[in-house]
Design a protein around this ligand. Structure first.
Ligand code: MSP
Length: 485
């Protein structure tokens, strides 16, 4: 099966912060899971490089805006790699190919575009036109960015979202466009009902750093129209047939940008005659002391510091298990240290050390594991049998924090079984029986370990340890108390 997984493309008006990791990790977990199930996976990532706030930030730093976005885009790329994310495509909205394709998309939407005057509010942090009602509800200040809305009075192109509202509504209601978690669906349906036609351009007098509107030198495209298109321009649309990978299997977004992906984006797709993505997976925020972590607020935690503290597996473990897939969750160093020492190192690291030691002492070999049908042709073959139906259900429903929790219970069950069966005592009485017991314990561990693979790259190392010709415990613990880079 073909699977297409997408991630929101971050603005490059700063360097990556901890909150940015969320999109990539969720997408990577799903992508690795689908690959385990045999899918051909395409995974897009990229950077959103136009718009007012980037233009302004570069000016503040007295930097050429192109040089500025080049530098920061590279930092995001490095960050994604450091997270162990197996993306297949990286797109920048300043790529010439993207810019040309977006202009073609605009032309294809022509019959749904008209020109009018915009008099109203704008939030530069969100890069969003704000309705009068919202302005009143929020007392003129954006709750996400804590900045007053700007008043605009300008001539813009509008996109007739009204042409598609009924169709979008019915597709969301019927789950043809599935919004997860479910409770967000109602939020969106309410917003959709109140959504006016959307302004999709800005006069060059107010914004220069954008893609030119075809046939009008005085207007550039609204940054969201340009950015949303990345999901299909990266596949080559409209020059290429994209039906192999479109519609996307899942598009991962944060809760602050769901509205763009659940209203404007579907309207654009319907206008282009393209199918809608199957799932919009909307995650919550990573908070610092109960507040959204954001560049504009200035309370960001440096993800590189977190990564360097205990390594990649610790990072991925914490963010998969202790940051809820759908709800807001706090990051604190204390919780992070606890999860590392008391869970990852104790439950998993020690189990691997202990069981591999016992296997070495009792001379468990690959041949023996094959004879006991734990391995087949030297490898562990996951059968995804009914035992794992619950895990499969959770992963298929994108309940990743529950999926890793389920796998962890299996890891803890292996620890308990070792305690209960005491293979070291059995070995004294009956070495042959101890070997049979140990091989079955290895089977249990490999089974639980398989379920950890989408989350932890270390699961591959663990598999290698137990599928070697001779089992050797790792020379240094997998998760030492003092992590050395
Ligand atoms: N450029 C737009 C996205 C365009 S997609 C066509 C944008 N950029 S962003 O840099 O502000 O955010 C990128 C992603 O990071 C979004 O999914 C956003 O929700 C997510 N996060 C930003 N801060 C976050 C947290 N503190 N916690 C979790 N995710 C958050 O929006």
């Amino acid at each position: 099966m073909k699977t297409y997984v997408t991630t929101a493309i971050p603005y490059v008006n700063g360097v990556p912060h901890l909150g940015h990791a969320e999109d990539y990790l969720l997408a990577d977990i799903y992508s690795r899971y689908r690959k385990m199930r045999g899918d051909d996976v395409k995974f897009q990532a990229g950077t959103d490089e136009h718009g007012n706030k980037i233009e302004k930030k570069a000016a503040e730093l007295s930097k050429d805006v192109k040089i500025y976005v080049d530098e920061n885009s590279e930092k995001f790329k490095e960050f994604i790699k450091k997270l162990g994310v197996e993306y297949t495509d990286f797109i920048r909205t300043t790529d010439e190919s993207h810019e040309q394709l977006v202009q073609k998309i605009w032309q294809k939407l022509d019959s749904h575009i008209y020109k009018s005057e915009y008099k109203g509010w704008y939030c530069e942090g969100c890069e969003r036109f704000v309705t009068d009602n919202e302005y009143k509800e929020n007392n003129g200040v954006c709750p996400d960015h804590q900045k007053p809305y700007e008043h605009l009075s300008e001539s813009n192109y509008y996109f007739k979202v009204s042409d598609f509202k009924d169709e979008i509504k019915s597709k969301i209601e019927s789950n043809e466009l599935k919004i997860l978690p479910e409770f967000r669906k109602n939020e969106i349906l309410k917003l959709l009902a109140d959504t006016p036609d959307v302004s999709i351009s800005r006069p060059t007098a107010h914004l220069k750093w954008g893609v030119k509107v075809p046939g009008d030198d005085e207007q550039v495209m609204y940054v969201w129209m340009d950015a949303l298109s990345n999901y299909i321009t990266v596949l080559g649309y409209p020059d290429k047939d994209i039906s192999d990978f479109w519609p996307a299997s899942v598009q991962v977004v944060g809760k602050d940008i769901l509205r763009f992906h659940a209203i404007l984006w579907p309207a654009m797709l319907l206008g282009l005659g393209l199918p809608l993505p199957k799932v919009l997976l909307c995650h919550g925020f990573i908070l610092a002391n109960g507040q959204k972590m954001s560049k504009s607020i200035g309370n960001v935690v440096d993800p590189i510091e977190v990564l360097d503290k205990h390594g990649l597996d610790a990072f991925r473990y914490y963010f998969s298990r202790h940051i809820d897939t759908f709800a807001d969750s706090d990051f604190t160093w204390e919780k992070y240290e606890n999860a590392y020492n008391n869970e990852l190192a104790n439950d998993y690291g020690n189990l691997v050390q202990r069981l591999s030691n016992l296997c070495k002492k009792n001379e468990i070999t690959r041949d023996f594991l094959e004879k006991r049908k734990v391995l087949e042709d030297g490898a562990f073959k996951n059968t995804w049998d009914s035992d794992d139906a619950e895990y499969t259900r959770l992963m298929d429903n994108f309940e990743f924090s529950k999926g890793i929790e389920y796998a962890w219970e299996k890891i803890q069950a292996v620890n308990k079984r070792i305690e209960d069966t005491k293979p070291w005592s059995v070995a004294k009485e009956n070495p042959e029986e101890a070997k049979i017991l140990l091989s079955s314990l290895v089977g249990d561990l490999l089974n639980a370990n398989e379920m950890l693979k989408p989350f932890l790259p270390a699961a591959k190392t663990v598999e290698d340890i137990f599928t070697n010709e001779k089992i050797e415990p790792p020379k240094t613990p997998l998760f030492p108390k003092e992590f050395k880079k």
